[in-house]
Design a protein around this ligand. Structure first.
Ligand code: TXA
Ligand code: MG
Length: 323
């Protein structure tokens, strides 16, 4: 049984108790719902991988109520402090060397000498993290490889009965996962585009590079599978036309001819498109299958600003997948 908890004092206290005693609690953040466990408790962390049926032990992001709590476990330099000051709480994850007193389990960190830390911009999430008093490891709260959940019902669709509780704080405002920046080297490296744009990061870290900028083979974030965020129906990108047996994920003016359309943003606003992305993929997949459609066609989305994160998630959703 999965307990549904309301995001009030009592619900937050109950959720924190479950986390502290090794249980799994899904909770809303500004990006997507996370599946949380005490990051210092390897048995609890192992339960995350089991519930998600994640094939490999990818490193997880640990969540904290504030920067001071995060920097007990991760070694922060000047760049990390500047980024925290500008973007936390918010959709930025920093990969930093483990601090001497780091209590994050090797399983949560996948045995790496670094840890990924973030302070989410959600009052409920931060109240939960403060009440739990431990680093909380949390990948997106969906079965491995599927579309990330931006509402509590999406979490229950995939994980009902497999997790102890869900703390419902309503829909997620940003809708795509956090931007991940690796600060373990001489230059910051963007590992995953996300809710904080590269343009905004450059204002604080002008020397930030993406893995594609450098010829040396810097690893992208470990465990980032090329097929991910995948609906059941095939996804076709950059559609210039749409067939009568295709669902349409539109952006701006809709292509004519589809029997089923979800518009990410009629007014071509990237913030609105990011917030509606995962709900749209879920809707078109479910309703499209019910109506016997054969694919989801996706209209082009600009690549600047939040468009980089949207494009990254869509290209993974379109990747051929082993199923
Ligand atoms: O917005 C988000 O970041 C959401 C919410 C719940 O906070 N969480 C999330 O977690 O997207 P997840 O597990 O889907 O993504 C974590 C990714 C891993 O796939 C891995 O690539 C990267 O973070 N990561 C974690 N630790 C790392 C490390 N030490 N070095 C490099 N990358 C790391
Ligand atoms: Mg995920």
């Amino acid at each position: 049984m999965t307990q549904r908890l309301v995001a009030d004092r009592a619900g937050i206290t109950r959720a924190a108790d479950i986390l502290r005693t090794g249980g799994l609690v899904a909770f809303g953040t500004e990006t997507v719902y996370g599946l949380g466990a005490d990051a210092t408790n390897a048995v609890a962390v192992a339960r995350i991988f089991a519930a998600k049926e994640r094939p490999t032990f990818n490193p997880l992001i640990s969540h904290f109520p504030d920067a001071a709590a995060a920097f007990v476990h991760a070694m922060a330099d000047g760049r990390a402090h500047r980024l925290a000051h500008r973007f936390w709480p918010g959709p930025l994850t920093m990969v930093l060397p483990r601090a001497a007193g780091c209590a994050i389990s090797d399983l949560a960190g996948a045995g790496l000498p670094s840890v990924a830390v973030r302070v989410p911009d959600s009052d409920t999430a931060r109240a939960l993290l403060a009440a739990a008093g431990v680093p909380v490891a949390a990948p997106s709260a969906n079965p491995s490889g599927g579309v990330s959940p931006s509402r509590a019902e999406h979490v229950l669709d995939g994980l009902e009965g497999k997790i102890d509780a869900i703390l419902d704080s309503g829909p997620c405002a940003v809708g795509v996962e956090s931007t991940i920046v690796d600060l373990t080297g001489a230059h910051p490296v963007l590992l995953r585009p996300g809710g904080i744009t590269i343009e905004a990061l450059r204002e604080v870290c002008p020397d930030i590079t993406t893995p594609h900028d450098t010829s040396d083979a810097r690893p992208v974030a470990p465990g980032r599978l090329s097929s991910h965020y995948a609906p059941t129906l095939p996804v076709r990108l950059d559609a210039q036309t749409v067939a009568p047996d295709e669902a349409l994920l539109a952006f701006g003016a809709e292509l004519p001819g589809s029997p089923l359309t979800w518009n990410l943003s009629q007014g071509e606003k990237l913030e609105e498109a990011a917030a509606r992305l995962f709900a749209g993929l879920r809707f078109l997949d479910m309703e499209g299958r019910r109506r016997g459609l054969r694919a989801i066609a996706v209209q082009p989305v600009p690549t600047h600003g939040l468009g980089a994160a949207i494009g990254d998630r869509l290209s993974r959703a379109a990747c051929p997948r082993p199923r």
